[in-house]
Design a protein around this ligand. Structure first.
Ligand SMILES: [Zn+2]
Length: 311
């Protein structure tokens, strides 16, 4: 393995010399060129300058290259209304157990994207069953019968179709996502510190933003000793394939994941949820195309010239 010679870099005891730091940075830059893929292992955030955000997968590559061994200490705080905070300390050790760096990461179900969900309720029947109509059927919105809707159609520009924000009624569904996010933040933080690459990499600040806290952690923190595993890359690809088979495009898959499992992407699916997600995707296949076959056809006799029912 061509990185073997760099092992000695890691074994140097702290504090690191300027030369050591430079070696680290050089090695990281080489790994970026030769191993990592932009957009996959790191990438920029639009509108946030050209500093590279180190993704979890990129941090994993560096961890392997530097032979870091991570450990995680998790502190959990229960907040009111079922909300939770996780604070995680990630320690990266070398193969001899010498501490190289620590990183911290926190995540809370009170963060906007977990605390709230957007919903678009039907102004006619009140059901949370509005789906986007396909362009070939006039676009707009449909109150989908298969989801308990009334079959009403609305224009794309209908102001009643605006999304509203509601408290997530099943906040426990995002515990795992929030835990993984805190773990990721701690791991990436520790990796950047351990490799002395804060000049090259930054953390995804956008995802750290918009925290809405009501009060500091109240109850006694407790330790979790095991982190749930997320699905593998292969499993993710498998889900994409199944989604395709079921006729879901990326947007539809995203909507499915968010509505059925409360996650933003396949990366947030836990290993224990994999089978359920897969089954869900398979079930999607047995359903007819939503827009072309409304469940309640009684009011709609003309399926081909479907347009918004009201003007
Ligand atoms: Zn409706």
């Amino acid at each position: 393995m061509e990185n073997t010679q760099t092992l000695q870099v890691v074994e140097v005891q702290m504090p690191m010399t300027a030369e050591t730091v430079r070696q680290h940075v050089n090695l990281v830059q080489r790994i970026m060129r030769e191993v990592m893929k932009p957009g996959e292992h790191y990438g920029t955030i639009p509108g946030c300058g050209d500093k590279q955000v180190l993704h979890k997968s990129g941090a994993e590559v560096l961890r392997l290259a530097f032979h870091f061994v991570p450990t995680f200490s998790i502190t959990r705080a229960e907040l009111k209304d079922g909300h939770r905070d996780y604070e995680i300390v990630c320690r990266l050790m070398d193969s001899r157990g010498t501490l190289i760096a620590e990183g911290v990461g926190a995540c809370s179900t009170m963060e906007t994207k977990y605390r709230f969900r957007t919903e678009r309720l039907c102004p006619k029947c009140g059901a949370d069953a509005i789906i986007k109509g396909k362009p070939e059927f006039g676009g707009g919105w449909l109150c989908f019968g298969k989801r308990g809707g009334c079959g009403a159609k609305f224009k794309a520009t209908d102001p009643a179709m605006k999304e509203s924000r509601a408290e997530n009624p099943n906040i426990a569904d995002v515990y795992n996502t929030v835990l993984k996010m805190a773990k990721k933040r701690a791991f990436v933080d520790a990796t950047i510190t351990a490799t002395s690459t804060s000049d090259i990499f930054t953390q995804d600040l956008e995802e750290n933003a918009d925290v809405e806290r009501e009060k500091p952690p109240a109850t006694e923190p407790r330790k979790d000793d095991e982190l749930p595993e997320m699905i593998s890359e292969a499993q993710r690809k498998f889900l994409f394939v199944q989604a395709k088979i079921s006729g879901l495009d990326n947007d539809a898959l995203k909507t499915f994941l968010k509505e059925q499992f409360g996650v933003e992407s396949t990366k947030a699916i836990t290993a224990v949820d994999f089978d359920r997600v897969l089954e869900g995707l398979k079930r999607m296949k047995t359903q007819p195309e939503p827009e072309s076959e409304p469940e309640v056809p009684s009011e709609e006799d003309t399926e081909k010239t479907e347009g918004p029912s009201e003007g």
